[in-house]
Design a protein around this ligand. Structure first.
Ligand SMILES: [Zn+2]
Length: 413
């Protein structure tokens, strides 16, 4: 697929040119004299990668003394660096090939790498730190920006980027009514033309239901938008949702990952301009079958199985809507702030609403879902009562018969 440019709005960016060569090349033009004693220098430092397959790191080393040992350190995002011992080749070259299927780098994050070693005279040395952005270069990306958002898309649709920009702005306007904070701009949005390509990029394996993803610490959104009649509606659902995660990160930052998903996903689902029509169906079915998930089970993670995941999203959206209607949006913002301060799932709810999660859950079931919780409790207990009855009946019969027999014997006497 060849990239097309849609008029003046599409600005070619440097990495697109590089990506068209399949490999990426990051070159530091200046020769690096790394050792404090100026004994070692590095040149022709470069990295080539095929996203998800392999990355080749290379450099040329000049040294006044023999190199006793040298390692390459690779750090993806904030992960612990991996260290790989290297051998200096005859022409002073250093080459290392990293299997990206076995050692995946964080997609779209900056990967840093550098060399460290020791000379035969015992002097240690360390090179400068080099970096590259691990962009998904399996595709040629078209791009456009309005300053607030920069959109990249891999379909042939010339107008798609401008539509995405428009929906992103509408989504942001909707999002800030729930959470009035501004994200760092521009937010990068990558639009895949296939859900599978997005899932492969994120290495999601079996989670084939995932359509969009936000990496708020990278100020990055990935969405999938297969060509379809309802493409615009899908965009109006996914984009405001993922943007809301970017806004949440501005509030909860370091504690973003530990914010209970019922709140983060519920809030993000509320912000969707076109709500997911499957939510109400899923909620109704679970209500009918008595298979609603306890909200406390959604404090740490969501189920990965598709229908349960859908139910978890549906419940969270409904529950957060209830909290918003009942206690106001500012209490929800305070709740998010409490999680941002590191409070756990139950404590923050208690702190903000003065009630525990299960009690509010009961209220939500009664008032939003119209469930008679007393009847529900009885229905849940009924099998146990019946079982107890079955267990107790035989001994009672035995006792009664025994007493009757005794009575008869007494009568005979
Ligand atoms: Zn989400």
């Amino acid at each position: 697929m060849k990239p097309r440019k849609s008029g003046n709005t599409i600005k070619p960016i440097s990495f697109v040119v590089l990506l068209s060569l399949v490999f990426s090349w990051i070159f530091n033009p200046s020769q690096v004299n790394a050792s404090s004693l100026h004994k070692v220098s590095f040149s022709d430092v470069a990295v080539f990668f095929q996203f998800g397959i392999q990355s080749t790191f290379q450099a040329r080393l000049q040294s006044s003394d023999k190199v006793k040992e040298i390692v390459l350190l690779i750090q993806s995002g904030k992960e612990t660096p991996i260290s790989q011992p290297l051998t200096v080749l005859d022409n002073n070259e250093l080459i290392y090939q990293l299997d990206l299927a076995k050692n995946p780098l964080r997609p779209f994050a900056v990967t840093e790498y550098w060399f460290k070693g020791r000379l035969s005279d015992g002097t240690s040395f360390e090179s400068d730190h080099y970096s590259f952005e691990y962009i998904d270069n399996r595709f040629d990306w078209q791009t456009t920006t309005d300053g607030r958002f920069t959109v990249y898309w891999n379909s042939d649709d010339l107008a798609l980027g401008d539509v995405v920009l428009q929906v992103a702005l509408e989504g942001l306007r909707s999002d800030v009514t729930y959470l009035p904070v501004s994200p760092p701009l521009p937010v990068r949005i990558f639009v895949y033309s296939s859900g599978k390509d997005l899932q492969d990029a994120l290495q999601l394996g079996q989670m084939t239901w995932v359509a969009g993803h936000a990496s708020p610490d990278l100020n990055l959104i990935l969405i999938s938008l297969p060509p379809a009649i309802e493409q615009r509606l899908e965009l109006e659902r996914q984009l405001p949702h993922e943007l809301m995660h970017i806004l949440q990160y501005q509030v909860s930052s370091d504690y973003y990952e530990s914010t209970p998903p019922w709140l983060s996903e519920g809030l993000a689902s509320l912000a969707e301009l076109y709500p997911n029509p499957d939510y109400s169906r899923s909620l109704e079915e679970a209500q009918k079958n008595g298979s609603l998930l306890p909200m406390k089970d959604l404090c740490n993670s969501f189920p990965t199985e598709a229908s349960l995941a859908l139910l978890a999203y549906a419940q969270s959206a409904s529950f957060v809507q209830f909290l918003s209607d009942q206690y106001g949006i500012s209490a929800l913002q305070t709740l998010l702030q409490n999680y941002g301060d590191g409070l756990d799932c139950e404590s923050a709810v208690q702190n903000v609403y003065g009630s525990d999660l299960s009690r509010i859950e009961t209220q939500w079931k009664q008032e939003t879902l119209g469930i008679n919780t007393g009847l529900l409790t009885w229905r849940n207990l009924a099998p146990y009562v019946f079982l107890a009855f079955l267990i107790l009946i035989p001994p009672i019969i035995v006792i009664v018969l025994h007493r009757r027999k005794k009575g008869l014997e007494k009568f005979k006497d």
